[in-house]
Design a binder for this molecule. Structure first.
Ligand SMILES: NC(=O)c1ccc[n+]([C@@H]2O[C@H](COP(=O)([O-])OP(=O)(O)OC[C@H]3O[C@@H](n4cnc5c(N)ncnc54)[C@H](OP(=O)(O)O)[C@@H]3O)[C@@H](O)[C@H]2O)c1
Length: 328
């Protein structure tokens, strides 16, 4: 029998609820402890999701010896502080995307995990879902040929009540770190590190990007055009096209809800590639993987590596420096 992995959740907000719900689908895992800044919120969350214990402060939870790994579900502007706190207590960490505000923070977090010999992974959940894996296997089999064009968009108009983190610069607000990160992640996955980047934003009243348009250029002639918006409801689809074929991930391309269409030849020769049906929201894939890493005593995932996180953060920094004239 597998060792049961005992999870803790730090921050009981929106994504924490989805993750806790999906944790019920993970074999040999239990939600052991939860912590909120508000004791009553933590207690209600623990009751709803059957956690054994709740805490009204993050550090009080980290004192607990009954937990194997902490899932950090606070706004990205606080990830650095909360990951460092968990590592200080020697706790393994699965940290929501965006991993940090910038590559400097990410490096310090990774360095600390290495020094403490503790597991740390970015919760880039899309990397574990069936459609992403199929996209990568089609690319690796050569079914798309030489990939020259990547077109990805992700946009919605935030509806009230709008979480503070969406527009607050201190919490890492703006489309790029929230949703544009998926566009960047998929483009990097398929085309690799760009040879040059162009980017432009329109600012919201708080100064964070309300829209962000990015161009990745490659010396082999490939281009990726990536667009994120809080000003428009976009198709939120992704297209990867080569000289042999094209993959289209339909609405909410980064989730298990998307269909994977393969066009092996001309634009009208569509094949729908069957994918394993996902139950839940799809967060159980990353949680299952995290548990396997812990059982094997790993301090780094071989799927979502520290190098993957570093490249992603460095690319996001460069996009900001190109679009704002400075990084964060
Ligand atoms: N993987 C995905 O699909 C996905 C989807 C949505 C969001 N996310 C990521 O998850 C993170 C959280 O997003 P969310 O939508 O869950 O946000 P949210 O609903 O605002 O929840 C964030 C939680 O963080 C805690 N927190 C601690 N200090 C805070 C502060 N100063 N201001 C606001 N909240 C604070 C709060 O929990 P307590 O009051 O309980 O302590 C709050 O409920 C973000 O990094 C986001 O990018 C990922």
């Amino acid at each position: 029998m597998n060792k049961i992995i005992r999870w803790g959740i730090l921050g009981c907000g929106k994504i924490a609820r989805k993750f806790a719900a999906d944790l019920r689908l993970v074999k040999d895992a239990t939600l052991q402890v939860v912590a909120s800044r508000d004791e009553a919120n933590a207690a209600a969350f623990a009751k709803e999701f059957n956690a054994a214990k709740s805490y009204g402060s993050y550090s009080a939870m980290l004192e607990s010896q009954d937990v194997d790994v902490i899932y950090i579900a606070t706004p990205h502007g606080l990830h650095y502080e909360h990951v460092m706190l968990c590592l200080e207590y020697g706790k393994a960490v699965l940290c929501e995307k965006a991993f940090a505000l910038n590559a400097t923070q990410a490096k310090a977090m990774i360095d600390k995990a290495r020094k403490k010999n503790v597991f740390l992974m970015e919760a880039l959940w899309s990397k574990f879902i069936p459609s992403y894996k199929k996209l990568i296997s089609l690319k690796e089999e050569g079914a798309l040929g030489n990939i020259k064009s990547v077109l990805i968009n992700f946009g919605f108009i935030p509806q009230p009540p709008v979480a503070k983190r969406i527009y607050d610069p201190a919490l890492g607000g703006g489309t790029l770190l929230d949703i544009g990160i998926y566009n960047v992640f998929y483009a990097l996955s398929v085309l690799g590190k760009p040879d040059s980047i162009e980017a432009s934003i329109t600012p919201a009243s708080t100064g964070v990007d309300e829209q962000c348009a990015i161009l990745f250029k490659y010396n082999n002639g490939a281009l990726a055009q990536l667009f994120s918006s809080y000003a428009s409801h976009l198709a939120t689809e992704a297209d990867f096209s080569g000289d042999k074929g094209r993959v289209r991930l339909t609405h909410r391309f980064y989730t298990p809800d998307a269909a994977l269409e393969f066009y092996p030849d001309r634009a009208d020769s569509k094949q729908i590639i069957p994918l394993d049906k996902t139950i839940g929201f799809g967060y159980h894939y990353e949680a299952t993987h995290g548990g396997e890493c812990l059982r094997q005593g790993l301090t780094e995932s071989v799927v979502m590596t520290h190098a993957d996180t570093t490249l992603l953060m460095q690319t996001l920094d460069e996009i900001r420096s190109k679009s704002l004239g400075f990084g964060i």
